[in-house]
Design a protein around this ligand. Structure first.
Ligand code: NIG
Ligand code: FE
Length: 424
């Protein structure tokens, strides 16, 4: 008789588990996943990892539970992988609701920026907030994200824009990682925009970023990624290259905000430096899509942002998918350009604005987003060996989640094998 598999968490008799079978099992660009809803399943977990997935009727034969095993009744529920929000600016202070109205009345993002609004306004608010205040405000937001099914979230600094306040933001992000029950990935974004007091000497600012800030932040292990906003009015390609290369020398993996407002070479730069992801890509053309193909850079689209900015054009998701790119989607939640909250609404927008199917949107927000954080082998799918990051939804198909726009079908959120939220 074969030995039974030990489990300390069991989700029993699910309506269905959503799996992504694929022909691919190696390093490199992940493509070719498809969604399969397997009916009447159970899932067992041990020590935070999935150890068994199989027909509910076989579970008792195959699984031995620990004395303190947690049981979750999955009847009537669909299990999907926990959402991976691979691009957020979740730590900020206050609101910019007036800018939202200015935009509705016809002002553009760049015009609002020029009128002392935009990112620099959030910089003032961050500098005026204490670390504690920022933590509490951000923790409330992170709980909302968790309740929407997010089990891994990337959070960027970038509203401090001096070393002291960038470190303050990154310390808040670290505290969120330590005190809230989901995986939080910190990204340094000192190169979000050129701070007001440094506009006249942007190259000197870049030098300081590369020679002082990046080494200091890397030494304190406060960030995993280094992100730059490559854009007219932010950092040009030469400056962005210096910043991303400096990060690499100190062990920070490159990410890039590219082609959001104008095409100035952000995609080429992403490929050149081997960025883990290139994000926004609203204006990316066929040449950019060709550059991204087989580059290993994960194209991350942010349909909440293009909607919130009232753009008439959205990222070319269909052309990217047809070119075989592993498209990821994320919320980009931030106080200026996107206030949509949570994972389900981003699924809906990916369908409505990017014309993705429900299956494409789900894979984009889980497995492909995991690759966008360099965690493609550990999270983002329900598969033996991966982290037990699972969301149970009250529906008869995963397709209901984006369809019931604005509703919440999230019943239970399990992070690293521990139920961290339940609707009751
Ligand atoms: O990703 N594009 C630059 N940064 C953010 C906007 C931040 C803000 O407006 O506060 C973004 O959209
Ligand atoms: Fe962003």
């Amino acid at each position: 008789m074969t030995e039974k598999i030990v489990a300390d968490l069991v989700i029993h008799a699910l309506n269905a588990a959503v799996l992504f079978p694929t022909p691919y099992r190696g390093r490199g660009t992940p493509v070719g996943w498809s969604v399969v809803e397997q009916r009447d399943m159970s899932i067992a977990s041990h020590d935070g990892h999935i150890v068994w997935i199989g027909p509910a009727c076989e579970m008792t034969d195959q699984i031995r539970v620990t004395t303190d095993c947690a049981f979750i009744n999955g009847q009537g529920r669909i299990a999907i992988p926990g959402f991976v929000d691979s691009h957020t600016h979740l730590v900020y202070a206050g609101d910019r609701s007036d800018e939202f109205e200015m935009r509705v009345r016809g002002k553009t993002y760049l015009e609002i920026m020029a009128a002392n609004g935009g990112i620099l306004r959030s910089v003032k608010a961050i500098r005026a907030s204490s670390e504690d205040e920022l933590f509490h405000e951000s923790a409330q937001r992170l709980w909302k994200m968790i309740k929407s099914g997010v089990t891994t979230i990337e959070i960027k600094s970038g509203y401090g824009l001096d070393l002291e306040n960038e470190i303050k933001m990154l310390r808040v992000i670290r505290r969120l990682a330590n005190e809230l029950p989901v995986r939080v990935i910190p990204t340094f974004m000192g190169a979000h925009v050129i701070p007001a007091e440094r506009q006249s000497d942007s190259d000197a600012f870049v030098t300081e970023l590369c020679e002082i800030w990046i080494p200091e932040i890397a030494k304190s292990c406060l960030a995993s990624f280094n992100d730059v906003f490559t854009e007219n009015k932010a950092f040009n390609v030469a400056q962005s290259l210096r910043i991303l290369e400096a990060g690499k020398r100190h062990g920070l993996k490159p990410k890039i905000h590219a082609d959001e407002i104008s095409v100035i070479g952000g995609v080429d730069l992403a490929v050149e430096v081997g960025a883990t992801s290139a994000d926004h890509l609203l204006k990316t053309d066929d040449a950019g899509i060709t550059r991204l193909a087989n580059s290993g850079v994960i194209p991350t689209l942010l349909p909440g942002t293009s909607t919130f900015l009232m753009e008439s054009h959205h990222a070319p998701a269909r052309a990217m998918i047809e070119a075989g790119l592993p498209v990821a989607i994320a919320s980009d939640h931030n106080p200026g350009s996107c206030q949509f909250f949570g994972a389900s609404i981003i699924q809906t927008l990916a369908m409505l604005q990017l014309r993705m199917s429900a299956a494409e949107a789900l894979i984009a927000a889980t497995l492909h987003a995991a690759f966008a954080l360099d965690l493609g082998a550990e999270i983002g799918a329900i598969e033996v060996g991966r982290s037990t990051d699972i969301v149970l939804i009250d529906a008869n198909s995963y397709r209901l989640l984006p369809y019931r726009a604005g509703d919440s079908l999230i019943e239970t959120v399990i992070s690293r094998g521990i139920p961290v939220y339940s609707r009751e």
